[in-house]
Design a binder for this molecule. Structure first.
Ligand SMILES: *Cc1c(COP(=O)(O)O)cnc(C)c1O
Length: 368
């Protein structure tokens, strides 16, 4: 059976090899006689799954020794509260607003600290990124927050800002939910990164947090214990029962990622090369057409999430119905933006992009 190509923004497609392995291991993991769902999180079987997942994630993203990796719950939205609860020390934080997700983050943080908008591209309808040199950063901010890939608006930071060179000693917090593991991360510029797994790493239910050690241990007294990064780290992410099955599937995805090759490149570097080619093909097809349009500045277009519009919006339903008939699923745009959105996460093969482009060209030819 060949499966349709699934362009969902999240929960999103997973590598078929991962799904097949999970199916094969469903009733009996590795001769244990148990499904991973039925195991104690403190037993040696699950502890080995957890430790391998953590080590593989560290290797894939080249995470330095002075950063800790946490497997949490609550998703990116909970982190919008958990980050200020842990990092703000009740003082101030600066936010760069480049789309729906960073805007949600700053609104939530206002419950816990003094928030300043250092820059915003709302006036361009979030189709550009503000130059870091123009950011209004406060010297004493406890952190600076950006969303490094805006899933809804299709805007991506292709280079992380160097806060030091902007005169700020604050740690940079990045919400990398929707492009984690699609490209390498320059950890020298980052204090904390968080991301829900359901876009590019695994199923919903587990949130990856990567935090520099010196930022631990400063949670506000009102911070729930289960959300205090220090408590989570001290208990190897098992202060409370972790989302064991989601961690297992993410672990299988990490092993799949480690097996990927593209020329000399392996792992995340191989994914980056593939993701560049996939995005290029789709953006080229959009830019060369008379029917489709993407409104984001070329220098900050997301490789992962490609929003596009039909110049004749009365054709939207026909486009989506035809796509589905061609085995191209979940292309409807986010309700706040409209139009279409194709998400091209790691698990989307180049053949999926080729099939989408072929369908878009065929649909355009039949419109006249
Ligand atoms: C999906 C997403 C979130 C929210 O994740 P939840 O798991 O629904 O809380 C946050 N930030 C970004 C950039 C996202 O893409």
């Amino acid at each position: 059976m060949t499966r349709p190509f699934n362009f969902s923004a999240g929960p999103a497609n997973l590598p078929e090899e991962v799904l097949r392995q999970a199916a094969a291991e469903m009733l009996d993991w590795n001769g244990s006689g148990m499904s991973v769902m039925e195991m104690s999180h403190r037993g040696k079987e699950f502890v080995s799954i957890y430790e391998n997942a953590e080590a593989d994630f560290r290797e894939l993203l080249a995470i330095p020794k002075d950063f800790r990796i946490l497997f949490m719950q609550g998703g990116g939205l909970a982190e919008n509260a958990i980050v200020p609860l842990n990092l703000s020390r009740g003082a101030s934080a600066d936010f760069v607003i480049t789309g729906s997700w960073s805007d949600k983050s700053q609104k939530e943080a206002r419950k816990y600290c003094d928030v300043q908008i250092a820059a915003s591209t709302a006036s361009s309808d979030y189709t550009s990124l503000p130059l870091p040199a123009s950011w209004d950063l406060r010297r004493d901010a406890s952190y600076v927050h950006i969303c490094s890939n805006e899933t809804i608006n299709g805007v991506e930071f292709h280079q992380l800002p160097d806060l030091k060179s902007l005169g700020s000693d604050a740690p940079l917090v990045i919400d990398f939910s929707s492009h984690v593991a699609s490209r390498p991360v320059d950890w020298s510029k980052v204090g904390l990164a968080f991301g829900g797994a359901q876009k590019n790493l695994g199923p919903a239910g587990v949130t990856l947090v990567v935090v520099r050690e010196d930022l631990l241990g400063h949670a506000l007294p009102i911070c729930p214990s289960a959300f205090d990064y220090k408590t989570v780290v001290d208990n190897q992410s098992m202060y409370n029962t972790p989302p064991t099955y989601a961690i297992y599937i993410a672990g299988l995805t990490f092993q799949w990622l480690k097996r990927q090759q593209d020329g000399e490149a392996t792992g995340v570097a191989a994914m980056e090369k593939r993701n560049q080619r996939k995005a290029q093909q789709l953006y080229d097809a959009i830019d060369q057409s008379q029917l489709y349009v993407n409104k984001v500045s070329k220098d900050c277009r997301s490789r992962m999430n490609v929003p596009f519009f039909l110049r004749d919006e009365s054709r939207n339903e026909a486009f989506l119905a035809g796509a589905k008939a061609h085995g191209l699923l979940q292309l409807k745009g986010h309700k706040s933006v409209g139009g279409m959105r194709a998400s091209l996460y790691n698990a989307m093969p180049i053949e999926g992009v080729q099939a989408l482009v072929a369908y878009m060209q065929e649909f355009e030819r039949t419109q006249s």
